[in-house]
Design a protein around this ligand. Structure first.
Ligand code: SAM
Length: 204
């Protein structure tokens, strides 16, 4: 029986496919970190990890709680010959198997809304981030134009797609996320809140 991951994989390979290269470049332009250790939290089948591996020298640790997502990612890593660059990891973001100050860059797209305890995950992100490291966490579609293309395609599959997306953003709006960041004792951050993307940029 096809599950959530199979359905989401069709979207990753279809309507969402053009957004990942754009988001990967935006992250690198904003953070200016192209080497060292990178963690992709809630990587799914790894579309962002794969793009980051292609445009940087980062060693990428792609972490997800879903066995199926990690299996899909392993196949892609093998097909693309990137096994020396991306390490798939089956783990819960609430307790990451990394030492303190491990990562130069932490990224996460589309996962934050699914974390049971967002404060706990942000604490973990901050713990494993190196001093001067940066994290780029949130959800987005790259540009307004790409968002419109995605929306058109997604509404052909699910007419409620944009309504549901907006509800998720209302639940996790900027004021709630500011409270979570305060609870996680994260002092330096910027919230990028645009129609086509909601991102939290952290610095340690
Ligand atoms: C909508 S998918 C996004 C996948 C990918 N980042 C992308 O942009 O295509 C959300 C992912 O977050 C993962 N996830 C949810 N809660 C998690 C947790 N506590 N720890 C690790 N991964 C988690 C899910 O298994 C899922 O693969």
């Amino acid at each position: 029986m096809a599950g959530f991951e199979d359905d989401f994989e069709k979207i990753v390979k279809g309507a969402f496919a053009p957004i990942y290269p754009v988001i990967a470049k935006q992250i690198i332009n904003k953070c200016q970190i192209t080497s060292g250790n990178c963690i992709d939290v809630g990587c799914g089948s790894g579309p962002l990890s794969l793009m980051l591996a292609k445009i940087t020298d980062l060693n990428i640790y792609a972490l997800d709680i879903s066995t199926k997502a990690i299996e899909l990612l392993k196949d892609k890593i093998e097909t693309e010959g990137l096994s020396n660059r991306i390490k798939p990891m089956l783990n819960d973001a609430e307790s990451m198997p990394f030492e303190d100050n491990f990562a130069d860059l932490i990224v996460s797209r589309g996962s934050m809304f699914f974390w049971n305890d967002q404060t706990k995950v942000f604490k973990e992100i901050y713990r494993v981030l190196k001093p001067n490291g940066m994290a780029y966490i949130g959800c987005g579609f790259g540009t307004a134009e790409l968002f419109e293309e995605v929306k058109k395609k997604m509404e052909e599959i699910d007419p409620m797609w944009d309504e549901n997306r907006k509800k998720r953003l209302e639940n996790d709006d900027a004021s709630k996320m500011e409270r979570i960041l305060k609870e996680a004792k994260i002092p330096i951050y910027e919230i990028i809140n645009e129609d086509f993307g909601f991102w939290i940029l952290l610095k340690k």
